[in-house]
Design a protein around this ligand. Sequence first.
Ligand SMILES: Cc1ncc(C[n+]2csc(CCOP(=O)(O)OP(=O)(O)O)c2C)c(N)n1
Length: 263
Amino acid sequence: MDLKQISKNIRKSIVKMNAKSSASHSGTALSTVDILTMLYFKVMNIDLNNPTLKSRDKFILSKGHGSSALYATLAERGYFAKELLDGFYVDGGKLPGHLDKDAVPGVEVSSGSLGHGLSIGVGMALANKIDNLNSQVYVMCGDGELNEGSVWEAIMFAPHKNLDNLTMIVDYNKLQGYGKTNEVINLEPLHEKLKSFNWEVIEINGHNFQEIEEALIKKTNKPKAIIAHTIKGKGVSYMENEFIWHYKSPSKEQLEQAIRELS
Ligand SMILES: Cc1ncc(C[n+]2csc(CCOP(=O)(O)OP(=O)(O)O)c2C)c(N)n1
């Protein structure tokens, strides 16, 4: 399986979807892609013949405004037909702008209001323990999302319940909705903070497949936090690290350039 090719396909779908619907959040979606690719194509225990099997691993995209990335990944993996991606965020379409678990196959949790995904993941991981299920729960949060106090309640609770079946991935792209994360509310020293809350903390380059895989499969006896250093807009030169692509939608010419670069 060529993970590099898969992630390129997903990135192409994302820019097409956002261009077609004039939607925001292209940069948001693009920073997550290599991690989503590794989860859905190599690491997670999922069965497309039985996608709601109780013992499946679960992924929650808590930064639900990056929905186009999860939809594109689920379609690439075969949860639904790729044609459905044309109905992203448009009248009559089947894929809502923010994630809705009741509308789209494979979406585990509705999100978009930031700050809730980790608490839901904690609940799922705790339920797996109670049910003696050997399943993993993965939650991806944005760095700006970590400004929400509710996230830190979940960060306190997970080690209290020894949730070694829970992984939080921080998509640390250093930008958020209104500026740079270190200027809005600085998270640093994030590694030390999470460690002091009794999490196992691993820092990686969130675009390096080997580092992503090693971090995801590493067994720990505590909840695991992966601080993934990423680039907002990764893969499309004019979007990389450019704050404005939190909001802008690619024009026809910009879409063509993006597709050329990703081909
Ligand atoms: C509770 C809540 N408050 C505010 C917003 C508006 N909002 C949407 S995206 C965003 C910034 C998120 O930044 P980050 O988590 O770093 O995600 P990124 O897009 O940079 O990956 C904000 C504040 C929201 N969706 N939910």
